[in-house]
Design a protein around this ligand. Structure first.
Ligand SMILES: [Zn+2]
Length: 108
């Protein structure tokens, strides 16, 4: 998850700081680096800002799909060749998915 530093972390939508007392929605850096919305993917949003954001549905769909794919990872040591093979397949399926969903939501 994005690390929330009291009084320092800013919501990328309104630029106001995010506090522990706020309701927040936080994500890890889950989008590929070259994606247009990448900088929003390692961020903590105010719940209110996030829920009215134009890209909310896209974010939620990609995030859920990513977690579904990720939950299928094999239970093997993470440095094994099986894990590396799985991860490279995961990355390629995930990138395809991001592309499809970006198209679907009109994000290029
Ligand atoms: Zn905000």
């Amino acid at each position: 998850m994005a690390i929330v530093i009291e009084g320092r972390t800013k919501c990328p939508l309104c630029s106001r700081t995010v506090s522990d007392r706020d309701e927040i929605r936080a994500f890890t850096a889950f989008l590929p680096k070259q994606h247009k919305l990448w900088r929003y993917s390692d961020a903590a949003f105010h719940e209110d800002c996030f829920s009215s954001w134009e890209h909310r549905r896209f974010f939620e769909e990609v995030w859920d799909a990513r977690n579904d794919l990720w939950s299928e990872r094999p239970d093997v040591p993470h440095d094994s060749s099986e894990a590396r093979d799985w991860y490279s397949e995961f990355t390629s399926s995930f990138n395809d998915l991001v592309e499809q969903l970006s198209k679907k939501h009109g994000i290029s």
